[in-house]
Design a binder for this molecule. Structure first.
Ligand code: GLY
Ligand code: MN
Ligand code: MN
Length: 433
């Protein structure tokens, strides 16, 4: 792994928090992600299953973690299974986890080879009454490809039809949305790397550069800083492309007078940062661009103050909608009569701000969470208002990552330049010196 070792106390704590929520006499089984086929004899780069990582820190394919807190068999309350390795396998595949290393990373004392799992698991399952399985339950995800946890759950139900089955994700959602201090530290690292990449971009961008060259600057900074890479596909959108919300082609020339909207974040130790910035390609906002930019920034400053314990996310989105409405009136993009006759299920501001303002952030960019629960201390949200004016070929989005605390919101990106003057100054620093 490229990241610094993580204290195993994080994973021990996560397991304790999970097992406390399990019903009596139950066993929970978590699988790593598949190595996804790419083409020919190649695979996509491996990314660990976020839940398995959260509970163990084990960052290798073909890994299984089993939790059985009430197990009567001494020492079998938590077990990990890892891919068999030895000095001969190492010649071909390089260093893989040894049992000792897996214990040191996860704090799980009993580690077996995966080829021993069938027998061991059979005995444990027969000692249990209920089985927790862990298929992906992200409510915004829809894929024709079945994940490893789902395939395994189906196989278990066939083999052990008389056990009771439970879903791990509702428990995990409650736990994962509250970040511990160690997790905040890892997220801050991902954020700092992302901020360094943005500063690099400010020095690099000028009329004539290609969007993919900007992406390359960011990737370079990520990799040299020990990040895995991007936490999600980066959006590097110049000119009218910055009104395309999920633009990822990144293949156009950045032109004099245009804005460049960038949405990117490093993934460090599997934790995501999520940043958006919009800058003038030539280092100087036009009067109109500056007006729109400042309007978005004002909404962002107002919105992040609402990220406090007790707020319901849906109410928060409505409040931010009102801020956006008044910004759009000021910009003369909406008229009082547009507001008067608006349909409350599709408010007028949505013509220019069509996405949500905030989502949970953590091991995944759109992190596991019960998004209908009130906001609590320890949650991390993005705050990402935007105004997209297709008729003017101009879009602005700004996005910072905010930690909720009992004493107010903490902007984890407060060190990343955002004020228009500062952006202009940094972009022109080379020219002036
Ligand atoms: N970059 C993904 C998002 O902002 O939600
Ligand atoms: Mn986001
Ligand atoms: Mn984003």
């Amino acid at each position: 792994m490229r990241y610094q070792p993580i204290h195993p106390e994080l994973f021990k704590l996560n397991r304790r928090r999970f097992t406390r929520k399990m019903l009596p006499d139950s066993i929970a089984i978590f699988h790593s992600n598949d190595l996804m086929p790419r083409n020919g004899d190649t695979f996509h780069p491996f990314r660990q299953n976020s839940d398995l990582f959260y509970l163990s820190g084990l960052d290798q394919e073909e890994t299984v973690v089993v939790l059985f807190p009430d197990c009567v068999k001494e020492g079998f309350q938590e077990i990990a299974f890892i891919k068999r390795t030895d000095q001969f396998i190492a010649i071909w595949e390089g260093e893989k986890l040894t049992k000792e290393k897996a214990t040191a990373i996860s704090g799980i004392q009993k580690v077996y080879w995966l080829d021993q799992m069938d027998n061991i698991l059979n005995e444990l399952i027969l000692l249990s009454k209920r089985i927790y399985v862990n298929p992906n339950e992200n409510d915004r995800f829809n894929s024709a490809v079945e994940d490893r946890n789902l395939r395994f759950a189906k196989a278990l139900q066939k083999r052990y039809p008389l056990h009771k089955y439970h879903r791990s994700q509702p428990i995990l959602k409650k736990l994962a949305m509250i970040k511990s201090p160690l997790e905040i530290g890892l997220m801050q690292r991902a954020i700092n790397i992302t901020g360094d990449a943005f500063k690099r971009v400010l020095e690099f961008v000028q009329p004539g550069v290609m969007e993919y060259e900007v992406e390359a600057e960011i990737t370079h900074q990520f990799i040299k800083s020990g990040a895995n890479g991007h936490a999600y596909e980066p959006i590097i959108a110049s000119g009218s492309s910055n009104c395309i919300l999920h633009y990822v082609k990144n293949n156009q020339k950045c032109k004099d007078g245009d804005l460049l909207l960038m949405d990117f974040g490093a993934e460090y130790a599997n934790y995501a940062a999520d940043l958006s910035r919009t800058i003038p390609v030539n280092g100087q906002f036009s009067t109109r661009q500056r007006k729109v930019y400042d309007a978005v920034l004002t909404v962002m400053k107002g919105a992040k103050e609402l990220l406090v314990p007790g707020t319901i996310l849906e109410d928060y989105h409505k409040e931010v909608g009102k801020m956006m409405e008044s910004a759009l009136l000021d910009l003369k993009l909406l008229t009082p009569s547009d507001i008067e006759k608006q349909d409350s299920s599709f408010p007028a501001y949505k013509k220019y701000f069509m996405h949500g303002t905030s989502h949970h952030l953590g091991l995944d960019v759109h992190d596991l969470a019960h998004r209908y629960d009130p906001i609590q201390a320890g949650m991390v949200f993005t705050c990402e208002p935007g105004i997209y004016i297709r008729e003017e070929g101009m879009g602005v989005r700004l996005e910072n990552d905010i930690l909720v605390t009992d004493t107010g919101p903490v902007d984890l990106m407060s060190n990343i330049p955002i004020e228009a003057e500062e952006i202009e100054e940094l972009m022109n620093a080379g020219v002036l010196s």
